[in-house]
Design a binder for this molecule. Structure first.
Ligand SMILES: Nc1nc2c(ncn2[C@@H]2O[C@H](COP(=O)(O)OP(=O)(O)OP(=O)(O)O)[C@@H](O)[C@H]2O)c(=O)[nH]1
Ligand SMILES: [Mg+2]
Length: 196
């Protein structure tokens, strides 16, 4: 389906649940470690370069950022978790904030969990998947930065994540925000979740 977004408005940068905008539209949330490309994927989805701020400094997005797309839905850019250089107090703050969003009764139609394909899945990643499953939120896993890996390694890397996290084949997408690879599949999945 071809779809064109007219207006994308930065609605709110929330530092606590009281800042969350009033529930009015369905939401798609992007979650993952610092620097995996959450903000980049939002821009790729929108086909706009500078909606969500992208930075090479991990831990850049510190608030839950709500972007309203026309009067149709919100894209929600969550702060990266598990970034070691952030002081423990701040890390805990982010965790509490992200969990209060995920566990809230908001209409999250799809949770997009993003990982850097070059990494190995670890305990924190597994715990995240378990948590999302317990919440019974619909989700997909996006393995980003595939341009940083030789094409001959993609299948093997995908299998590693699939087995490591106990996922079904159709739950995993491979992307490069840099090259635009795999973005269309993710876009279609998101639009479908929104009922478009
Ligand atoms: N090579 C490559 N670089 C990417 C890709 N996606 C994002 N990046 C780069 O990775 C860095 C982090 O991207 P962001 O989109 O800011 O990541 P984020 O997950 O929002 O990071 P935080 O807000 O810090 O949690 C930037 O330098 C991006 O240009 C990709 O697919 N390939
Ligand atoms: Mg970001």
């Amino acid at each position: 389906m071809k779809i064109h977004f007219k207006e994308v408005k930065f609605q709110k940068g929330a530092i606590s649940p009281k800042d969350f905008p009033v529930v009015s539209l369905p939401e798609i949330a992007f979650l993952g470690r610092s620097n995996v490309g959450k903000s980049s994927l939002i821009n790729s989805f929108l086909r706009k370069k500078r909606v969500a701020r992208v930075s090479s400094t991990p831990g850049f997005t510190k608030t839950i950022n709500f972007f309203r797309v026309d009067h149709r839905f919100f894209l929600v850019d969550l702060p990266g978790y598990g970034f070691a250089k952030v002081p423990p107090r701040i890390r805990k703050q982010w965790k509490t904030l992200v969990e209060s969003y995920l566990a809230s009764p908001r209409p999250i139609k799809l949770l997009v969990l993003i990982f850097d394909i070059r990494r190995e899945p670890d305990e924190l990643d597994k715990a995240l998947i378990e948590y999302v499953k317990v919440l019974a939120r619909p989700f997909i896993v996006v393995l980003n930065k595939i341009d940083r890996l030789k094409k001959s390694k993609w299948t093997q890397a995908k299998r590693r994540w699939q087995e490591g996290l106990g996922l079904k084949d159709e739950e995993i997408f491979l992307t490069s925000c840099k090259e635009g690879w795999g973005i269309e599949e993710v876009r279609q999945k998101i639009l479908k979740a929104l009922g478009k």
